[in-house]
Design a protein. Structure first.
Length: 366
């Protein structure tokens, strides 16, 4: 039984995929941090500033800002051993959290950094019982994410002027858990809900308006999740569209979930994690049976293997995931370095002149 309703726009998209234009080309740059055994980039803004975390020599996670080829480690409060940065907005405001693990569980402090003055931070929220995990921040400074109250997950929003708002959970019973993944500049919130130890279901809400609802038809019946939303209100994520047990990359728009044509790149499952104003989508295709992974970019009606469309591999054996994309089409994500390490990349679009100047005329076979 299928839960997806195909709209005329979906059929037009599929038709256009056959007529897709010139494939995009990219140049990969590796984000290198001396001494790090793993680098995990999470987001990039339109100024090209990227954030994430790396694993240091003591195997602790440290939040970082990447800008113009340089890396800055973001500070954390005393008493917190680790930190992660999860998102950055157009103004350079960065959100994330710092944590310490004790015998009694995790102690978590949500943080707001400023790329213009990265030596300081602001603590988000003043309720120590709410362990806040910010996932995103829009250009108005609205933060959205997950609040943990003794292990019960609830969606939250926060602003400097209005403070913390507990957005709660959808009306599915006391055991329901919920979390926001992203917020756009119009205040549209997307994310997911689940019962403990069960699959997630994609949700939507509006900042300042109570309530959390299903983002599209059928999402509460199968595994689904919304990861990002652009300012036009088009969200992306994944959904088990035919109840087969495999989730596929989808868009959510107007209450309809639509598979992204070609985004699986021949693999069995995947998800979409970023979408920009132009509608270019990035994500991951995967096959856990064979441990095969590819990062995809969907542009101008067709999906492409990001590594195959790049003018070099920058030392990556393969790409694990394209995590985010900015208005200029610059993509960040993670890939395999060596046998076990994970590294991060910036994929910068190449124009025709740059491609031919580098002697790069066609994507290498992979």
């Amino acid at each position: 039984m299928k839960f997806v309703r195909f709209s005329p726009a979906c059929l037009l998209l599929a038709a256009f995929a056959v007529q897709a234009g010139q494939p995009p080309r990219y140049h990969l740059t590796r984000i290198e941090i001396p001494g790090a055994s793993g680098v995990y980039v999470a987001d990039i803004n339109d100024a090209g500033q990227a954030v994430g975390y790396y694993i240091d020599e003591n195997f602790a996670n440290q939040a970082f800002l990447y800008e113009n080829g340089s890396v800055t480690t973001l500070p954390r409060p005393a008493g917190r051993d680790e930190a992660m940065a999860t998102a950055i907005n157009a103004a350079g405001q960065i959100v994330g959290y710092a944590s310490t693990y004790t015998e009694d569980g995790a102690e978590v402090t949500a943080l707001l950094w400023d790329a213009a003055a990265p030596a300081g931070y602001v603590v988000i929220g003043d309720d120590p019982s709410a362990k806040l995990n910010p996932a995103d921040i829009n250009d108005q400074g609205v933060v959205a994410g997950l609040a943990s109250y003794d292990g019960a997950f609830r969606a939250f929003t926060w602003t400097a002027g209005g403070g913390l708002v507990d957005d709660g959970v959808p009306p599915h019973g006391d055991a329901t858990q919920a979390y926001w993944s992203a917020i756009n500049n119009a205040g549209v919130l997307v994310g997911g809900w689940n019962y403990p130890l069960a699959v997630a279901h994609a949700t939507v809400g509006q900042f300042g308006v109570p309530g959390i609802g299903p983002i599209a038809d059928g999402v509460d019946d199968v595994a689904s999740m919304a990861h990002a939303v652009n300012d036009a209100g088009v969200a992306v994520g994944e959904m088990d569209v035919d109840a087969s047990g495999n989730v596929v990359p989808v868009t959510f728009s107007g209450g309809v979930a639509e598979p992204i044509p070609g985004a699986l790149l021949g693999l069995s499952s995947g998800g979409a994690f970023g979408i920009n104003a132009a509608g270019t989508i990035v994500g991951r295709a995967q096959d856990f049976a064979t441990m095969a992974f590819k990062a995809f970019v969907f542009a101008d009606g067709a999906a492409y293997d990001l590594l195959a469309q790049s003018d070099g591999d920058a030392g990556f054996a393969y790409l694990l995931k394209a995590s985010a994309i900015n208005a200029q089409g610059t993509i960040v994500g993670v890939g395999r370095v060596g046998e076990i390490d994970v590294g991060s990349f910036v994929a910068t679009p190449l124009g025709d002149d740059a491609i031919f100047a580098d002697g790069f005329e066609a994507a290498p076979a992979r």
